[in-house]
Design a protein around this ligand. Structure first.
Ligand SMILES: Cc1ncc(COP(=O)(O)OP(=O)(O)O)c(N)n1
Ligand SMILES: Cc1ncsc1CCOP(=O)(O)O
Length: 446
C-alpha cells in the first residue's frame, strides 16, 4: 500500500526548498507526495526575487481536492505567507485528523522574509495549536517562545513553551544554529525531553528546514512513531547536508537523493565488481602477473559520494596466486582496499569518471606492448618522492598518481613505477568501470 503525504507550502523555483524539497524528500522515503501551493516564489540559491501569494480559496481547494479523493496519511506546512492563508489552512486542516507537522518558515537562508510581520501572531494562534509537531530552528523558536536561545537549556525551555503555552502536541527545537560541534535537536513530547545528536557537518543547507520536516512527515505517513520519525529524519538531513548539491552561487541545497542514491550505487558498484572479478579469475596465465604483495581490483562510488576509503569496494585480503590460477582471498567489501583506494580517489580528483583500478606485477614487455597498442602510459619514480611526503603514512601513492598525471598531461590508461628499496615495481591499470579495466588487461595479455 502506498502512503500519501501532503505538503502545504510555497514553491521555490530553484528547487532547493519549499514544495520542491518536500516532494523530493517524500520520494526518498517511497511516499506519494501531494501538494497545496500557498505561494510561488521566484528564487534561486542567492535571493528571493518575487513572491506571489495564491488566494486562500485556491489553497483550500487544493487541500480538499486531494484529501477527498486520494486521502492523506500525514501533512506538513511550510511557507504560509499571510494571515488569510494561515486562517484558511487552519480552518481546513481542523476538519481532518491526519498528523500535521508545522515548519514555521519565517526567513529564507538568503535573508528574505517569507512570513509577513503581521502574520506571526496568526501563525501562533491559528496553526500551532493544531500541530502534532512544530519544527523551529533557533531564530524561529525565539520568535515563537519570546526569549533568546543561547544553549541547550534555553532550547528545552523554548520547546516546552511551544507545547505547554502555545498548544502544540510536540516541538523540536533544532540545534543546527547553536554553534556547537554537534547538531543537537531537543524534542519535547508527552512531558519529556529527548535529544537527537549528529556531528555538525559542513555542506549545503538551503532547504534543511523543509526537508527535515518533510522527512518526519513521510515517516509519520508510513506509520512510524514520532520519535522514530525524528530519528530517521535526523540521519536523512545530516546525509543530505554532507552530500549537498553544489549548484548555484549562493546557499547550495540539501541533496535528498543521497538517502536512496548511496545505497543504490553501493549495490551497483558491488554487483559490477563482482561480475568483473569472476571474469578476471578466468583470464588465462594471469597468475604470472600477480605481485608478491598480491593484487587488488577496486571500484569507487560516483565522485559525489566517493569521499574516502569506505566509499571504494575492493577484495578483502586481496587476490593471490593459486597454482596456475588466481584466487580472491575474501569477499568484495567497501573499505577492503587501502593502496588502490588511495590511487583511485586521487585519480578521480582529476578524472572523476575513472572509478576502477587493478594492480599487476611490473613487466617491461607489457609496458612496450601497451605503448604499441596506443594506450596512454605514464610513470612515477619512487626515488624522486619528496622526503616530507615519504615521511607521511599513505602519501606515496597519491603523490605518485598526481605526478604521473602531470607528467603525461593527459588521462593515463596505465601508471607504473619501478619500485624502490623494499618496494615492488608495479603497474596500475585504470578504467571508467571494472569491465573497461579488464578489456585493457585482455588486450595487453593477448
Ligand atoms: C518557498 C520556500 N519555502 C521555504 C523556504 C525556507 O528554506 P530555507 O531558505 O532553506 O531555510 P530553512 O527553512 O531550510 O532553514 C524557502 N526559502 N522558500
Ligand atoms: C598497489 C599496491 N601497492 C602496495 S600493495 C598493493 C596492492 C593492493 O593493495 P590494497 O589491497 O591495499 O589496495
Amino acid at each position: 500500500m502506498i502512503r500519501k503525504a501532503l505538503t502545504i507550502a510555497g514553491s521555490d523555483s530553484g528547487g532547493g526548498a519549499g514544495i520542491e524539497a518536500d516532494l523530493k524528500t517524500f520520494s526518498a522515503f517511497g511516499v506519494h507526495g501531494l501538494v497545496a501551493i500557498t505561494s510561488v516564489t521566484a528564487q534561486n540559491t542567492q535571493e528571493v526575487r518575487a513572491i506571489y501569494d495564491i488566494s486562500p480559496e485556491v489553497v483550500v481547494k487544493q487541500i480538499e481536492a486531494v484529501v477527498e479523493d486520494i486521502g492523506v496519511d500525514a501533512a506538513k506546512t511550510g511557507m504560509l505567507s499571510n494571515s488569510e492563508i494561515i486562517k484558511a489552512v487552519a480552518k481546513t486542516v481542523k476538519k481532518y485528523n491526519f498528523p500535521l507537522v508545522v515548519d514555521p518558515v519565517m526567513i529564507a537562508k538568503s535573508g528574505a522574509p517569507l512570513l509577513r510581520e503581521d502574520a506571526m501572531e496568526t501563525l501562533i494562534t491559528e496553526i500551532i495549536p493544531h500541530a502534532t509537531l512544530v519544527t523551529p530552528n533557533r531564530p524561529e523558536a525565539e520568535k515563537l517562545s519570546g526569549f533568546q536561545i543561547k544553549n541547550v537549556d534555553d532550547a528545552k525551555r523554548a520547546a516546552k513553551t511551544i507545547v505547554e503555552e502555545l498548544g502544540a502536541r510536540a516541538a523540536i527545537v533544532k540545534g543546527g544554529h547553536l554553534g556547537l560541534s554537534e547538531a543537537v535537536d531537543i524534542l519535547y513530547v508527552n512531558g519529556e525531553f529527548r535529544e537527537y545528536r549528529a556531528p555538525f557537518v559542513e555542506g549545503c543547507t538551503h532547504g534543511t528546514g523543509c526537508s527535515f520536516s518533510a522527512a518526519i512527515t513521510a515517516n509519520l505517513a508510513k506509520g512510524k512513531s514520532l520519535e522514530e520519525a525524528v530519528e530517521t529524519a535526523k540521519k536523512f538531513i545530516t546525509m543530505g547536508i554532507y552530500y549537498g548539491a553544489r549548484i548555484g552561487h549562493g546557499h547550495c541545497p540539501v541533496n535528498q537523493n543521497a538517502w536512496i542514491e548511496i545505497p543504490a550505487e553501493k549495490w551497483r558498484v558491488y554487483d559490477t565488481l563482482n561480475r568483473a572479478l569472476k571474469e578476471l579469475v578466468s583470464i588465462e596465465d594471469l597468475h604470472k602477473y600477480v605481485p608478491e604483495v598480491g593484487m587488488n581490483f577496486v571500484y569507487a562510488l560516483p565522485k559525489l559520494y566517493a569521499r574516502g576509503r569506505e566509499d571504494v569496494a575492493g577484495v578483502k585480503g586481496r587476490i593471490v596466486k593459486f597454482g596456475n590460477t588466481i584466487k580472491p582471498v575474501g569477499w568484495i567489501e567497501f573499505g577492503a582496499s587501502d593502496h588502490l583506494a588511495r590511487a583511485i580517489l586521487t585519480f578521480m580528483e582529476v578524472f572523476p569518471e575513472v572509478r576502477s583500478v587493478l594492480n599487476i606485477k611490473y613487466n617491461e614487455e607489457l609496458i612496450s606492448k601497451a605503448q604499441k597498442l596506443g594506450f596512454k602510459v605514464s610513470l612515477y619514480n619512487r626515488t624522486e618522492e619528496p622526503e616530507e611526503i615519504k615521511a607521511k603514512e599513505g602519501g606515496t601513492i597519491p603523490w605518485g598518481v598526481r605526478t604521473a598525471i602531470e607528467r603525461l598531461r593527459d588521462k593515463p590508461d596505465l601508471i607504473y613505477h619501478l619500485g624502490d628499496w623494499g618496494k615492488e615495481a608495479m603497474i596500475l591499470i585504470f578504467g571508467e568501470t571494472p569491465k573497461a579495466v579488464i578489456e585493457k588487461l585482455n588486450k595487453l595479455l593477448e
